[in-house]
Design a protein around this ligand. Structure first.
Ligand SMILES: [Zn+2]
Length: 354
């Protein structure tokens, strides 16, 4: 009897041990999933993905400027990325959804979606909502994000919105963003219409925050030749590149020959267009002076699609224009840097190891 009792006790203990083991295993799986979302683990996944594309002899692209409202199925974006050789996307979130909105997407495609914070492009940013800055500071300091989104200073109406606004770069809001960038090493994107009168405020901030990594979006743009004289020229941009080592650019995404909605002027100055050939597709080529600038400063330019919900259909065209008219025209090493290595350096904190 006593033996039977003892046996029952042993069996009970064994049962309990099985239950405890199962609970621990489940907990371990959850913990492992959470662990997969930290920066180091994500980087390993990104690296494997890039190496796979390189092994096929293709040029990967990292899209550093994407406006994600969460209204499109992520699978639709992943299909477009695959089709265009875009290996990673910095998936910037709308301010109303908040930075943490990105984690649902990262979970679905942890080796392809890069967590970055909100963009500053809505009423909370432009209304200088202090709560927004507090949220951003907490997100940035969490150490879980790879970059900050695009923050708007001077912004004209665009193809998809009517925001005609100016939050000066030396305002307290931008001061906070520049300080966060310096403190954490995270780069941020900035939208600032490059008319001559708008340049001094940018210069003041770049000089005041030499360790903040600033990616000024849409370089190679003209929106009004009367008020934009420096920045639509490679020489004007070169002066800034030499003066401010912390300044980077993403390349203007406008279709060759397309006109800005506000001024009806041709938006992109990156291309020379031959209209003698007729047809509605102008014959465009990379302007030689811009090409020289890209070759001279290969570490300072990046690719961003600037695609948002309304521009989603234009994704293929934007990437194919970059590939055919710009990247294919550059030396292979410069093309690799602009297409993905410069973005990688920001993410990994070091150069890509071949
Ligand atoms: Zn922009």
């Amino acid at each position: 009897m006593r033996r039977l009792e003892a046996e029952m006790k042993n069996r009970g203990a064994a049962c309990a041990a099985v239950v405890v083991f199962a609970v621990l295993a489940l907990g371990g799986a959850v913990a492992a999933r959470a662990q997969e979302m930290d920066r180091a683990s994500l980087l390993r996944g990104y690296e494997a993905r890039i190496r796979a594309v390189l092994a096929r002899g293709e040029l990967p692209i990292i899209d550093v400027e994407h406006h994600w409202g969460g209204k499109i199925a992520l699978s639709d974006l992943l299909v477009k990325m695959d089709r265009n050789g875009v290996v990673l996307t910095w998936l910037g979130q709308n301010e109303k959804n908040g930075s943490a909105h990105v984690w649902g997407s990262v979970q679905q495609a942890p080796d392809r979606i890069v967590p970055v914070t909100i963009h500053g492009d809505g009423p909370r940013w432009h209304g200088q909502d202090p709560g927004l800055l507090a949220e951003l500071a907490a997100d940035v300091r969490s150490g879980r994000y790879f970059a900050m989104g695009e923050f708007e200073a001077r912004h004209y109406i665009s193809s998809t919105n009517d925001r005609d606004v100016h939050l000066p770069l030396d305002s307290p809001s931008f001061e906070a963003v520049f300080q966060l960038a310096e403190e954490t090493g995270l780069p941020f994107l900035v939208h600032h219409e490059a008319e001559d009168a708008m340049l001094p405020e940018m210069e003041r901030m770049l000089a005041r925050h030499p360790r903040a990594k600033v990616i000024w979006c849409h370089v190679g743009r003209n929106r009004d030749s009367a008020t934009w004289t420096a920045f639509p020229t490679p020489d004007g941009v070169r002066v800034f590149l030499m003066r401010y080592p912390n300044l980077y650019f993403d390349l203007n995404q406008a279709k060759p020959g397309s006109r800005h909605r506000g001024t009806n002027q041709v938006d992109s100055v990156l291309y020379d267009i031959d209209r003698t050939k007729g047809g509605d597709q102008p014959d465009a080529r990379l302007n030689p002076a811009w090409k020289r600038l890209l070759e001279e400063f290969p570490d300072r330019f990046l690719i961003g699609t600037d695609v948002n919900t309304k521009r989603f259909d234009g994704y293929d065209q934007v990437i194919q224009t970059f590939r055919l008219l710009i990247l294919n025209r550059l030396s292979p090493e410069t093309a690799a840097r602009i297409a993905w290595k410069n973005a990688w350096r920001f993410m990994a904190g070091q150069e890509w190891r071949e």
